[in-house]
Design a protein around this ligand. Structure first.
Ligand SMILES: [Zn+2]
Length: 287
């Protein structure tokens, strides 16, 4: 059964480790992440962007697939199914479809409107026992054409949103989505520390986990980050392993064209990436 991310993240914050959010794109992705979490006895958050939700034909399909898979694979570790960077309308759809967690990304609204919409969603998610992630200070990346230094959130705005009763808070601290450019200046620990000072026990979320050096990840966890989002890294690992399989001509040997064989190296590569991240984040054995 899917669970809210609240308990797993409060435990993580108190225990000084982080739970990984791994975004899913299809059956192979979902299976690889769930199996790895179970093998390593780690809590896990499955992230679904609005685009990936559409790709998988809709949120109800996603909920059906994940629930069915958890039952068939006997997954007993805590699993949250979470909407990543949701619009207000997308949040309402996922609540309806049976997600256990949502992120409302109101970072592009003026702070007053972000507060108003977040307040509304706090009420609805509390009634349903779901977790809610809010974002302050937009996180850059290819999507909106921001290259270079990611934005840093205003710690006072973070405190204002945290006080609304959200479960976890994503704040821009110089992080960005996708691959980091060569001239990236690194995470702003000064900002992160200021945010943690003001928001206390609130689990903080680090987006754009791909390519952040390990020592920076560890330092971020020590300063209150309890959830780290990983997306691009699994995509790169999957693509690389699949390309190698094809380039080696293995799809032309015997029944190597069978999708169950063709997609297997990519799925194994996702598993290896998820394992590496769970070890780095410290969530192994914490289910
Ligand atoms: Zn993000």
């Amino acid at each position: 059964m899917l669970v809210s991310a609240k308990e797993m993240l409060q435990k993580a914050k108190a225990g000084h480790y982080a739970v990984g959010q791994f975004n899913i794109n299809n059956l192979e992705w979902t299976k690889a992440i769930l199996q790895t979490a179970q093998e390593l006895n780690s809590p896990v958050i499955l992230g679904v962007s609005e685009g990936a939700g559409k790709y998988m034909t809709g949120y109800k399909t996603v909920v059906g697939m994940v629930n069915g898979m958890m039952e068939e694979l006997n997954i007993t570790v805590p699993v949250a199914l979470h909407l990543d960077h949701g619009s207000y309308e997308g949040c309402l759809k996922c609540i309806e479809a049976g997600f256990s967690s949502i992120m409302f990304d109101g970072s592009h609204y003026p702070i007053e409107e972000n507060v108003a919409k977040t307040t509304e969603l706090v009420k609805i998610t509390a009634e349903k026992g779901m977790s809610l992630e809010a974002e302050v200070g937009s996180i850059g990346g290819e999507e909106d054409g921001v290259i270079g230094k990611g934005e840093c959130a205003d710690p006072k705005e973070c405190k204002a949103i945290a006080d609304l009763g959200v479960t976890m808070l994503a704040a821009g601290i110089g992080n960005i989505h996708g691959k980091y450019p060569d001239n990236w200046e690194g995470l702003s620990f000064e900002t992160l520390d200021a945010i943690q000072q003001l928001t206390g026990d609130m689990p903080l979320v680090l987006h754009g986990g791909t390519g952040i050096p390990e020592d920076m990840i560890k330092k971020a966890i020590s300063l209150g980050v309890a959830k780290i989002n990983v997306n691009t890294e699994c995509q790169l690992a999957f693509a690389d392993a699949t390309r190698k399989y094809i380039e080696a001509g293995k799809d032309l040997e015997g029944k190597g064209f069978d999708p169950r064989k063709l997609l297997a190296p990519g799925a194994e590569a996702i598993k290896a990436t998820v394992k590496e991240k769970m070890e780095l984040f410290g969530s192994v054995g914490k289910a």
